[in-house]
Design a protein around this ligand. Structure first.
Ligand SMILES: C[S@@+](CC[C@H](N)C(=O)[O-])C[C@H]1O[C@@H](n2cnc3c(N)ncnc32)[C@H](O)[C@@H]1O
Ligand code: SF4
Length: 433
């Protein structure tokens, strides 16, 4: 049977609509309280015995301009004293570096995220990476990734980063359709993005592009030609379905009729299936959230495979994907509040969630969302019980729908389950019938 026909079979009758994201995202974390701050500090005073390699992720939550759809909490470059921000970002990193937990942790990835770290000069980015290397235990095999937008990634910057030893550039390409780029307030055109990517690839950098689907007015032809272009450029691909967030310029444009709305759930699903088919036929493997990869290392990345026992130590204004075992947190979004709090010597956390053991069991099951198996042995080691005993109804339902397979060792999603992985994860959220 052809790969695609498995996906096409019965896609509409499984659930009414597709969930793109799992439960337990940062949007659900409660505001930090003095008690939870104290509990987190106590945790940081313990040894990290997880045995998992971790990711270090300093954020530069600054952008030169605002893309119409973007929900990331960024500040305009013109409004930020960059040197001061970098100083305080290093201070926050230092606060973590001094804790017992971090001293007993080993990192195999340094990722400059945001925002757009490429608004910095190459020397500033390199200075920040050097700082991380000096203050944290870095694994013998490690990778440096830098997020950059083609609009701020002058070719000379790419040269310097490649020369320094950066392994991967993450670029928000979004779409190679200039009409859509203009509508979404992306300031440069597709040819500029292509030029930056080709330049980085020539230097042997791995490039991972974010591309978006179900954009307002995006035709299937436009989506297909963006996918074709990404394949031709030989890049790793992160696909994102547009989420129209409250407060974004795009939401206003849709409300006022300046922009059409995105397509409906069925259209969105067809776009996802089109990408899945084209990319897998081009030799990509779907990994994690919706990354399509042809690079072997991405398939065994620790930060992905270690979920939920590893960790991402994220820092900087507005960062929101940090987790250290049971604790998940996000930082203050307002860059001035962030800097003022770090100055006082306090961690600039705004939301903090501490998972109970029951939550950890549920979160372990969301490995399925990341296309990862749930090992029965590991579940037993961590919780002293089996997934079947804790989630009998959910597992039976998913098996009956053909979305998961269970054997003696593990539970994993099926090919059909790939499409519905968000819905699968929601089956394990609290209060689901
Ligand atoms: C923080 S951005 C980093 C990329 C970098 N700043 C750039 O644009 O080159 C991460 C990615 O999230 C995705 N994203 C942002 N807003 C989104 C939305 N409303 N819906 C879906 N994806 C979104 C975009 O693809 C974006 O490139
Ligand atoms: S997509 Fe990237 S460049 Fe655009 S506003 Fe968001 S973070 Fe900034």
């Amino acid at each position: 049977m052809k790969k695609s026909s498995i996906l096409e079979k019965g896609t509409s009758e499984v659930y009414d609509s597709r969930e793109n994201w799992p439960p337990y995202t940062y949007r659900d974390y409660p505001d930090i309280k003095p008690e939870t701050y104290e509990a987190f500090m106590k945790f940081l005073d313990t040894e990290n015995t997880s045995g998992r390699l971790m990711e270090l992720q300093p954020w530069i939550s600054v952008c030169d301009s605002r893309c119409a759809f973007c929900y990331f909490p960024t500040t305009a470059t013109s409004k930020v004293k960059i040197e001061l921000y970098l100083e305080l970002l290093k201070k926050e990193l230092e606060m973590y570096a001094k804790t017992k937990y971090v001293k007993t942790s080993v990192f195999d990835e340094i990722v400059l995220g945001g925002g757009t770290p490429s608004v910095l000069a190459a020397e500033q980015m390199i200075g920040l990476i050097d700082f991380c290397k000096a203050r944290f235990n870095i694994n013998k095999e490690y990778f440096i990734k830098v997020t950059g937008s083609s609009k701020t990634l002058a070719l000379k910057k790419i040269d310097k980063l490649a020369e320094y030893g950066v392994y991967q550039m993450d670029m928000g390409a979004q779409t190679f359709d200039d009409k859509l780029r203009k509508m979404l307030c992306l300031p440069d055109n597709a040819a500029d993005v292509e030029k930056a990517i080709r330049h980085a690839r020539k230097l042997n950098l791995c490039v991972c592009v974010d591309i978006m689907y179900n954009l307002p007015g995006q035709t299937m032809e436009s989506w297909i030609s963006t996918l074709k272009k990404a394949i031709e450029l030989d890049v790793e691909i992160d696909t994102y379905s547009l989420h129209v967030d409250p407060g974004t310029p795009l939401e206003k444009m849709i409300k006022t009729g300046v922009s059409p709305p995105p397509g409906d759930a069925e259209y969105e699903k067809q776009m996802y299936l089109t990408a899945y088919k084209m990319l897998t036929e081009a030799g990509y493997k779907a990994v994690g959230h919706d990354r399509f990869s042809r690079v072997e290392w991405h398939m065994r990345e620790n930060c992905l495979n270690g979920w939920p026992w590893g960790g991402i130590l994220t820092t900087g204004a507005g960062c929101f994907m940090g987790y250290l075992q049971r604790f998940s947190y996000s930082n203050l979004e307002n860059i001035n509040d962030y800097m003022a709090t770090v100055k006082t010597g306090k961690l600039p956390i705004s939301k903090l969630s501490e998972s109970t053991t029951e939550d950890m069991m549920r979160r372990t099951m969301t490995r399925l969302y990341l296309r990862l198996p749930v090992s029965k042995e590991e579940f037993m080691q961590k919780f002293g019980t089996t997934p079947e005993k804790v989630f009998p109804k959910q597992l039976q339902k998913l098996k009956d729908k053909g979305l998961i397979e269970i054997d003696d060792k593990e539970i994993r999603i099926t090919k059909l389950g790939e499409i519905w992985k968000g819905n699968i994860a929601w089956e394990f959220a609290p209060n689901q019938s």
